[in-house]
Design a protein around this ligand. Sequence first.
Ligand code: GLU
Ligand code: ZN
Length: 307
Amino acid sequence: MTQDIDTTPPRYRGRFAPSPTGPLHFGSLVAAVGSYLEAKSCRGEWLVRIENIDSPREVTGAAKEILDTLEALGMEWDGEVVYQDQRHEAYQTALAMLEQQGMIYPCTCSRKEIADSGIIGRESVVYPGTCRTGLSNYRNSVSLRVLTHNDPIEFNDSLLGPIWQQLTSTTGDFVLRRADGIYTYQLAVVVDDAAQGITHVVRGSDLLDSTPRQIYLQHLLGYSTPTYMHLPLVTNTQGEKLSKQTRAAAIDISNPVAQLISALEFLGHNPPAEIVESSLASFWKWSLANWTIQRIPLPPLCSANEE
Ligand code: GLU
Ligand code: ZN
C-alpha cells in the first residue's frame, strides 16, 4: 500500500479580531472589509475573534454590537466566535512553556521608573532591562517579561514589502503578563492565531510594529508564522488614528452599503455608481469580483524601517 503524502498547502484562513472597547468605527470597518475580501477572494475562511483579554477596558455590550454590525453589513464569519476571556488556560500554558525555556523574568519596575530610565522607542519607552539579572525578593505583583535579542526580525508584508525590527533596542524585553495578572495582547494574539490555524493576518498598520514581537513569540513557541498584510491606517482630520480615545463615530448601519463603499474606496477601489444604490448582495458580488490588493494605496514611506 502506498502512503499518500498530503502536499496541499493549508487553506487560507484569515480573521478579524476587534477589541470590544467600543462600537465598530470606520477604522475597524476597513480592517474588517480588507481581511474579509482578501479571505473570501482566496476562497478561504474568515474567522472573528473578540479580543477582550484586557477586561478593564471592555465596554459592556460592545462585543455584541460589533457582531451585530458585521451581520448587518452582510459579513458572515466561519465557525464560532472566539472570546479571549475564555482562553486564559491556553495563555497560561504558553507562558509556562516560555518559563521552562528560561525566557521569562519578573519585573517590578513602575511605569515611571521605566519612563525615567528608558529611551524613547518607536511606540513608547524602551524597557532598559533593569530586572533582567534577577530580583532577589519580590512580592506577587510583578509583571512577566520575555527576554529579547537584537538580531533583526524580518518578514515580508504582502503590501509593504520587507520589514525588519530589532526588538531589544526598539521595545526591549516586553510584558507577557501584567502585574494585575492580565495576559497581554502580544501573547494572546500569538496563542490564538496559532490555535485557530490562521494562515493570513490582514489588519491595520497601527499593528505593524507589533508584528516582529509576535513573530518572535511564534518562534519561541514553535508556531508557524502567518503571512501578514498591514492596511493603510484611517486617521481623522487631525491625523490621529480612529479609536475610542479619539472619539471615532460608530458605523451608521442604517445605510450599510454606503459605509461599505466608503471602506472599499479607502482601500483604493471605485465601485460604479449603480452599486451605490444597490443591495448588500450586489455590493459583495461586485467587491469579490473586483478586489485586488494592487489597488490599495501605499503609504509614502514605510515608517517601520525608519532608523
Ligand atoms: N484587537 C486588536 C485591535 O482591535 C487587533 C488585533 C489584530 O488584528 O492582531 O486593535
Ligand atoms: Zn523591571
